[in-house]
Design a binder for this molecule. Structure first.
Ligand code: IVH
Length: 706
């Protein structure tokens, strides 16, 4: 190839001319290669030209042509989705669901072959990939056709699309003259998530799972679309071959791997059912970490001569079986939709299902997320499940992955009863009747009943006694529910008057299920122990929306003292003014959290309830770090710009350890700004306010680290 001028040296006019030439040359090369099967330039040359084209386009994006080669993949498929008759039928696999069926599989094969029980018989065991099967026909080492399975006898021609898949070689070295390679097209979890995210951005269709995404991507009429979909391919079988690949299954797989195919690295040889089951268990254990979906393990007789003797039933080989994992998907009837009300008033729809086994567990409840999900929309109003809504009496698909709460994933419209009505999401709280509203930007509808709502009250109490909050021994979720039902505890403050009110009535308590005299006494002692409580824990225990455990500690450390904090909340009640700014200045506190916090303390009933509680408590000031001799103790410091000798997190931790308060924004209360290169508005504001500003080295000198 003649030396071409360097891309950096091209003028704009030369670049435009060169892009035009490349578009022409590459289009010709494509036609020669794909349509006439007669390549005119080498693969390396082709790749170099394509790379050059991309390089010029990157430098001059506005010159990119409508017929740019970077948007073309192969030639237009003249024969897309034409029917293809498979030279050798594409078989499917018999399924097994438990260990006995595997022992039986081995016994059956031995009987068929007349092998003694103790004669050696080796199998391969490999993951069953959850994608779609594809047959690739190579002639003289060149890919000439790719076809889907179809009905096994006849599939669809997807050659142009298959050519865009990186894992599928165009040419094979050292291959038989005719070779049909079979395997699975699939999409990795990461690529699937990214694809769905891109789709969402374009307000385009979401895929339900990686398998659907892979199938939808492979069966695109426009191969340019397939090319943008990150499909992968594992080879695990073959169809017509003009010369045998090897003498064993494993040998054949290794041969395919040598030819440039991806073969599954978890493929192992197993001597008999015990080893097969052990490999099954290993693969099942790795399942969640593989990064792609598998739905079982496939065992195959390793010796190809024996495979040949065993042959086929009508649609499945006798020499192989798929040992399926328990299904993680199942279809069942949606019997009812219940609404649960959470601690923050969130109305959460729960699917009551006709019990069904999903992934080996009986499931009768599943989450329906929120009202949009039921209606078939996501938070942005884009359709999910192709816009299908979910109705009571529908057949729904239940999905369970790992330990997560089962979800309702899909609905079968063909089974929808004629009289099924769209689900009306309640506009009032089913527990207290208060209005339930959706604030802008909130996917969730919430009960406005606050403390008068019994559901919210109980959930708040459960949270209050939870481990990271008050953590009162002997007073867990179950006991709280019981006390609430009996009217003994209605709000957190009631916990601390329990003994006064019912101590003499201990008899009443001890006669209750689960309570004896001793446990009642222990409970009162456990409650007494928590009359002294750290500020951070108390704040978290209040269960204010958006104010989690970490944030509570952060806020506690910032204000130090409970009364000082209360005064600050009062001063910030209107969500404006210097105290509001100061609150927002805490690194880690955003507007949403700040608003929620301030509102909780400004709301009369809620505040009265908090005050009733704290009347029984001694709130320990937040543990301030040891700060004797610290030059920055009690000072409010802001870091801005790039720090070069430490990370922002490190700087913050170090400053806090020295008793400084680290704030995210500059105000009149700021004592010191540490400005690195690139410091912008904060440094400017500091200058305007006359706040002392130093650089990173100055900071290190100040704290004695330089
Ligand atoms: S062997 C003649 N091996 O499972 C035997 N199939 O349920 C051909 N599959 O249609 C199949 N992983 O699409 C084989 N490692 C594997 C597989 C596998 C997935 C698919 C394949 C087949 C289906 C049968």
């Amino acid at each position: 190839m003649a030396e071409l001028p360097k891309v950096e040296a091209l003028s704009e006019a030369e670049a435009a001319e060169e892009l035009k030439r490349l578009a022409q040359v590459l289009a010709e090369a494509d036609t020669a290669y794909h349509t006439h099967d007669a390549p005119e330039i080498s693969d390396a040359e082709y790749d170099a030209l394509k790379a050059r084209n991309a390089e010029i386009e990157a430098r001059f994006p506005h010159l990119k042509r409508a017929d740019s080669p970077s948007e073309q993949v192969g030639a237009a498929p003249s024969e897309a989705f034409a029917k293809v008759t498979h030279a050798v039928r594409m078989m499917s696999l018999a399924n097994a669901f438990d260990d006995e069926e595997i022992t039986e599989f081995d016994a059956r094969i031995r009987r068929y072959l007349g092998l003694a029980d103790d004669a050696p018989l080796t199998y391969t065991a490999e993951p069953k990939i959850d994608g779609l099967s594809l047959s690739l026909r190579y002639e003289a080492g060149r890919l000439v056709q790719a076809a889907t399975r179809g009905d096994g006898a006849m599939g669809e021609n997807v050659t142009a699309n298959a050519r865009t898949i990186d894992d599928i070689p165009e040419r094979l070295d050292d291959a038989p003259d005719v070779l049909e390679v079979r395997g699975e097209v699939y999409m990795s979890h990461a690529d699937f998530e990214a694809l769905n995210a891109r789709q969402a951005e374009k307000a385009d269709k979401q895929f339900a799972n990686p398998r659907n995404a892979a199938a939808g991507s492979l069966r695109q009429l426009d191969p340019a679309i397939t090319a943008r979909r990150p499909l992968r391919f594992f080879a695990y079988a073959w169809g017509e071959v003009s010369a045998p690949l090897a003498e064993s299954q494993m040998g054949a797989i290794n041969r395919l791997s040598d030819m440039g195919f991806q073969t599954n690295p978890l493929t192992e040889l197993c001597d008999g059912p015990a080893e097969m089951l052990a490999q099954y268990a290993r693969i099942e254990q790795m399942r969640s970490e593989l990064g792609y979906d598998i739905d079982g393990v496939v065992y195959k007789v390793d010796d190809l001569a024996l495979q040949h003797r065993l042959g086929y039933r009508s649609t499945t080989p006798r020499w192989a079986i798929a040992h399926k994992f328990p299904a993680e998907l199942a279809w069942t009837r949606l019997e009812a939709i219940d609404i649960q009300v959470g601690r923050t008033g969130a109305l959460s729809p729960v699917a009551r299902l006709h019990p069904v086994t999903v992934g080996g567990v009986v499931v009768s409840n599943a989450t329906l997320h929120n009202e949009d999900y039921i209606a078939g929309r996501d938070a942005k109003g884009n359709p999910i499940r192709d816009g299908k809504d979910i109705r009571v009496d529908d057949w729904v698909q239940v999905y369970r992955a790992g330990d997560v709460i089962p979800k309702v994933a899909d609905v079968d419209l063909s089974k929808r009863p004629e009289d099924a009505e769209p689900y009306q999401f309640p506009q009032t709280c089913p527990e207290c009747g208060s209005e339930a509203i959706r604030e802008e930007g909130d996917a969730v509808r919430r009960c406005t009943g606050g403390l008068i709502c019994p559901a919210q009250a109980v959930e708040k109490l459960k949270h209050f006694v939870s481990r990271a909050a008050f953590d009162i021994e002997g007073l867990g979720a179950k006991q709280v529910e019981q006390f609430y039902r009996d009217g003994w505890i209605k709000e957190p403050a009631d916990i601390f008057t329990l003994e006064d009110r019912f101590g003499s009535g201990m008899k009443q308590l001890k006669n209750r299920e689960g309570w004896g005299e001793k446990s009642a006494k222990n409970l009162f002692q456990a409650i007494d122990k928590k009359r002294k409580i750290p500020f951070g824990r108390l704040l978290f225990a209040l269960g204010i929306r958006h104010v989690g455990e970490q944030a509570s500690l952060l806020i506690a450390r910032f204000y130090g003292d409970w009364d000082e904090f209360l005064a600050a909340m009062d001063a910030a009640a209107e969500c404006e003014g210097p105290e509001w700014e100061r609150l927002l200045g805490i690194d880690g506190v955003g507007t949403v959290m700040a608003r929620s916090l301030v509102t909780a303390f400004a709301q009369n009933e809620e505040r009265a309830s908090i005050d009733r509680l704290t009347a029984h408590l001694t709130v320990e000031a937040a543990a301030r770090p040891r700060t004797e001799g610290s030059p920055v103790a009690g000072k409010t410091v802001v870091f801005t710009g790039t720090l070069e000798k430490m990370t922002r997190a490190e700087a913050k931790a170090r400053a806090e350890a020295l008793g400084a308060k680290v704030s995210g924004s500059v105000s009149a209360k700021t004592d010191l700004v540490v400005a690195g290169p690139g410091a912008g508005s904060k440094a400017k504001k500091a200058a305007e306010l006359g706040v002392e500003t130093i650089d990173e080295d100055g900071w290190l000198r100040l704290i004695g680290d330089a």
